[in-house]
Design a protein around this ligand. Structure first.
Ligand SMILES: Cc1ncc(C[n+]2csc(CCOP(=O)(O)OP(=O)(O)O)c2C)c(N)n1
Ligand code: SF4
Ligand SMILES: [Mg+2]
Length: 291
């Protein structure tokens, strides 16, 4: 069990150039508090790579490799094999990628690495769009969200597809551990990172990480947004281990999704009809998977 008060003060990522209020940066810092120095990180093309590997500076205190956008799964496979060969099989090999680099362009290499059953941890920080290149939609963009490739407006061109259920996809690879997490629930997240470190094979964590410029909220409410996502049931804190899926934090009473949607510019064009459709999709998800 993680006791937040007993965590090390040491920051293993320091001097990142992320925007104020970046949820992804928080996800990285919180994870490294648990992973510690015995870790190698592989990042890929994404905001967090851009803001931590700014030549000639490196914000990581642990070794870090950067990969081509689709290649992180292959890079971590190589790292696992190389470290094993050098007798350092106990090092945490961590792929840290955005939602685009996980659910879309990185999926093939990640799938291959999971299939091979190698021991690694994949942390997907999910800000629900391609933020680094100016907020284009990804497979993780939720229904109704404005992005620059799904503009809102009178023509109702916002995202009309549901968010890809990546947890189900990784579970179906038969890996030993998978979870969803939120930067607003650090204890829950860090305990999942600790379990991922102990897993005998691939471990996957998808952590919801709000992005103020991309989501259209102030920089000081990042944690509030990540919390509201959980309290409204839009984002479920779940865990898959021993072939069982369970909820790790069940809101006593789910708030209406409107409480979450109305605080973000990316949903500001939605009317009552779309908000009802959003609510219905959240209710369906809970009834189907988490009743
Ligand atoms: C093959 C390839 N296509 C496109 C890009 C441009 N690119 C760099 S980062 C990025 C967006 C990354 O989105 P995501 O993985 O969600 O991370 P985020 O930036 O949102 O944190 C894109 C499209 C690239 N580097 N390589
Ligand atoms: S654009 Fe968003 S994800 Fe990228 S550094 Fe800024 S807050 Fe973080
Ligand atoms: Mg993203």
């Amino acid at each position: 069990m993680i006791n937040i008060k007993e965590l090390s003060d040491e920051e293993l990522v320091y001097g990142s150039l992320a925007c104020a209020g970046c949820g992804g940066n928080l996800a990285l810092r919180q994870a490294l508090k648990v992973l510690g120095r015995n870790t190698v990180i592989a990042t890929t093309a994404c905001c967090l790579m851009g803001v931590t590997t700014f030549y000639p500076q490196l914000a990581f205190e642990v070794p870090c490799v950067t990969s081509v956008f689709p290649g992180t799964g292959a890079v971590i496979s190589g790292l696992v094999a190389g470290l094993k060969r050098k007798g350092k099989g106990d090092v945490n090999v961590v792929g840290f990628a955005g939602d685009g680099g996980t659910v879309d362009i990185g999926l093939q290499a990640l799938s291959g690495a999971m299939e091979r059953g190698e021991k690694f941890i994949w942390i997907a920080y999910d800000n629900e769009a391609y933020m680094n290149t100016g907020t284009q939609r990804s497979g993780a963009t939720p229904f109704g969200a404005y992005t620059t490739t799904t503009p809102g407006g009178k023509k109702r061109m916002w995202e009309d597809r549901p968010k890809k259920n990546m947890l189900r996809i990784v579970m179906d690879h038969g890996i030993p551990y998978a979870a969803t997490a939120s930067v607003a629930y650090p204890k829950d997240y860090m305990e999942k990172v600790a379990k991922a470190m102990q897993a005998p094979g691939p471990a996957y964590i998808q952590v919801l990480a709000p992005c103020p410029p991309g989501w259209g909220h102030d920089t000081d409410v990042t944690v509030e947004m990540a919390k509201l996502a959980v309290q409204t049931g839009v984002w479920v804190l779940a865990e898959y281990e021993n072939e069982k899926l369970s909820v790790t934090h069940r809101p006593a009473k789910r708030l209406p999704v409107e409480e979450y949607l109305k605080k973000q510019g990316r949903f500001s064009h939605l009317g009552p009809e779309e908000i009802s459709a959003f609510q219905a999709s959240v209710d369906r998800l809970w009834d189907k998977d988490f009743a």
